[in-house]
Design a protein around this ligand. Structure first.
Ligand code: 5GP
Length: 212
């Protein structure tokens, strides 16, 4: 018997963005640990590998000439220079995975989100996570109490700048409680998987229902 869980479907690109301190990294880890249908998108980068990192798992580590060639060949959904190194989201692997029903998680900021959305509106689902209050955000960004007032003020400023882009997202979730926030994020993911346009196996299934 068919159910919407067993029918062939197209994957989606699930973007989670938030100001730092709102819990995006925790929610991303929970999703990747608990849902085997979604995988983290692996970017290409020119920065040197850090101890413990694995090529092809954390990043595809490439030299600048190779990165430039990939840009020229239009092999990235989006790319950016961060702290003097180049980073980009390669298209080929994701396109192939989407066709097979694999979902990809993107832990990227609003600029990367805009670029991805411009390239592929149909497959992108944009989720923004907000902190429950400005006081709570300050508390989370204050860290262990060892940072100077200036460092904390700069972090708060960056967070406010990121929050100002909240309206460029399809869904907004307030992270008051991590488990509750995770549940809401899962509900969004599950509903998006059910969209008719993504349920590519429905055509054959419905044809079967229409037979006498
Ligand atoms: P790290 O070198 O510490 O792993 O990452 C540095 C920064 O690069 C992080 O802010 C991360 O979000 C960003 N980054 C990693 N991969 C990509 C990518 O594919 N595209 C963009 N635009 N930024 C990325």
């Amino acid at each position: 018997m068919a159910s919407s869980d067993t029918l062939q479907r197209r994957g989606l690109m699930f973007i989670l963005s938030s100001p730092s301190g709102a819990g995006k990294t925790t929610i991303s880890r929970m999703l990747l640990d608990r849902d085997s249908d979604i995988a983290l998108s692996v970017s290409a980068t020119t920065r040197p590998m850090r101890p413990g990192e694995v090529d092809g798992v954390h990043y595809h580590f490439v030299d600048q000439a190779e990165f430039d060639r990939m840009v020229e060949a239009d092999e990235f959904y989006e790319w950016a220079t961060v702290f003097g190194h180049s980073y980009g989201t390669p298209k080929a692997q994701i396109r192939a995975g989407l066709k097979e029903g694999r979902d990809y998680l993107f832990d990227i900021d609003w600029q990367g989100t805009q670029q991805l959305y411009q390239k592929d509106q149909q497959d992108v689902v944009r989720v923004f996570i907000l902190p429950p209050s400005i006081d709570e955000l300050r508390r989370r960004l204050t860290g262990r109490g060892t940072d100077s007032a200036e460092v904390i003020a700069a972090r708060m400023e960056r967070a406010r700048a990121e929050i100002s882009h909240w309206d460029g997202y399809d869904y907004v979730v307030i992270n008051d409680d991590v488990e509750a926030c995770y549940t809401q994020v899962c509900e969004i993911l599950h509903a998006e998987r059910m969209k008719r346009a993504r349920q590519t196996g429905l055509i054959g299934f419905v044809r079967g229902l229409m037979k006498d």
